[in-house]
Design a protein around this ligand. Structure first.
Ligand code: SF4
Ligand code: SF4
Length: 434
């Protein structure tokens, strides 16, 4: 841990407890152990990798990405695999012009295992890696200083010869991150557990779980000068993550400044709006029509939707490939992208207290506006020709009565209002023409 890390951050406290590391593995000792296919993922993907002289627009051909799982359900991994814009395959093969190939080190998807999997981690620590690296965390960071005195640990990834006499010991996710964060070109938290603590840090929190930002502290800066980048969601939208990674890779490549991030390290272009503002049910809210139970088509606020006060883009982006996503699919927003999740949103599926004022106002407004809109909608569902002939020549419309004289007069008034600034021919319009 370098000097940029102030004392008293949880990361510093852990390293203080563990002390420095001196010994690394002799890989000769292990041969092909952990290499069932006799191949590393990077070597396997090499023939497909596209970043090279023809597509390379900057100095970097590759960036290593070390994926760590803390207190996690692996949902972030699953949603990332489903991303399409860009897809993980595009990042792994450098298919986007100018974006360096991302060499992923992921404990679940890589072909190598055991010591051979951890070889690149060691090289990152010793400065022998053949390119810059970023670290990615899914899941929250458990406070291992609580577990170490008991001889146990909460979350670990592999073993290293870092015991007191050089013997192997489990290395926790927390320790890997504490040792690698200062050398990383960027540190990225994916999902609400890693960005804000999430479910593992909810009330009770026996493991002392915390976010990556809480762990590294407010003064943390990566080797390229970045504070922690946060892409929240439980699970997050895969595209939100891969798009952010692509933006960071462009930045590392030297293509201009980083796009805008907000004061909590969220990509501002993705989390700058409330989910309510793009919700497919928004007009029901505006007209004061609310669902009574799940399955109803109206606004879900009275059965527990927090959308008006939650930063999220799932209604406009969809969950996967622009499809699905909470309210699009019938679910109410429980605030899963927010730092206050889950404790500030429970009990779930109850009317948020703050919504009562606006729903009462919308009900009142809706009782005036809705009939007026239906009235105008009725008028707009008629051709001008039908108005002239006072008849709808549709076999489906036999039961539909012609407008009353009062309605007809109101429609004419509406048309006159609409055309008041129209300096065209001035010809009479619609039914008034005769
Ligand atoms: S369902 Fe939620 S996000 Fe959608 S309009 Fe209603 S309150 Fe807003
Ligand atoms: S709409 Fe709410 S519950 Fe759904 S993903 Fe967004 S923040 Fe989470």
């Amino acid at each position: 841990m370098g000097t940029s890390m102030p004392k008293k951050t949880p990361a510093y406290r852990l390293l203080d407890l563990l002390g420095p590391i001196e010994r690394f593995r002799d890989m000769e000792e292990f041969g092909d152990f952990g290499l069932p296919t006799r191949s590393f993922s990077e070597d396997y993907l090499e023939p497909m990798a596209k970043a090279g002289r023809s597509s390379r627009l900057g100095p970097l051909e590759k960036v290593h990405a070390f994926w760590f799982a803390g207190m996690s359900c692996d949902g972030c991994t699953v949603s990332t695999i489903g991303a399409t814009e860009p897809s993980i395959e595009e990042l792994l093969t450098g298919a986007l012009p100018g974006v360096p190939v991302m060499i992923l080190h992921h404990p679940v998807v890589n072909m190598e295992a055991g010591p051979n999997y951890l070889r690149a981690h060691e090289m990152a620590l010793t400065g022998e890696l053949d390119g810059p690296y970023v670290i990615i965390l899914e899941g929250s960071i458990s406070d291992e200083t609580l577990a170490i005195p008991t001889g146990g640990y909460w979350v670990a990834q592999g073993e290293q010869p870092w015991g007191p006499d050089g013997e192997d010991r489990s290395v926790t996710t927390e320790e890997w991150i504490a040792r690698m964060a200062d050398g990383a070109a960027a540190s990225i938290a994916i999902g609400t557990c890693a960005t804000w603590g999430g479910v593992p840090s909810a009330e009770g929190n026996a493991t002392g779980s915390m976010s990556l930002m809480d762990f590294l502290g407010k003064d943390y800066r990566s080797a390229f000068g970045l504070p922690v980048v946060n892409v929240p969601g439980c699970a997050p939208i895969g595209d939100n993550f891969t798009e952010t990674v692509a933006a960071i890779l462009y930045f590392l490549q030297g293509f201009g400044p980083l796009p805008e991030f907000d004061e909590l390290g969220r990509p501002a272009w993705l989390f700058g709006e409330t989910v309510h503002r793009h919700c497919v049910r928004g007009s029901y809210y505006e007209e004061g029509e609310y669902a009574k139970e799940f399955g109803d088509k109206e606004c879900l606020v009275e059965i527990g939707c927090w959308g008006p006060v939650v930063n999220c883009n799932i209604t406009s982006r969809g969950a996967i490939n622009h499809v699905g996503g909470c309210m699009n699919a019938g679910g109410a927003c429980i605030g899963c992208t927010m730092p206050g999740f889950p404790d500030k949103f429970t009990p779930f599926y109850k009317t948020p207290p703050g919504s009562r004022v606006s729903t009462a106002a919308s009900r009142l407004l809706g009782s005036f506006v809705r009939p007026l809109r239906m009235f105008t909608n009725d008028h707009l569902n008629r051709e001008v020709r039908w108005d002239l002939h006072e008849d709808i020549p549709s076999g489906w419309a036999r039961e539909k009565a012609e407008p009353t004289r009062a309605a007809d007069g109101a429609h004419k008034f509406y048309d006159a209002l609409r055309r008041r600034d129209d300096h065209g021919t001035g010809e009479a319009w619609g039914r008034g023409r005769d």
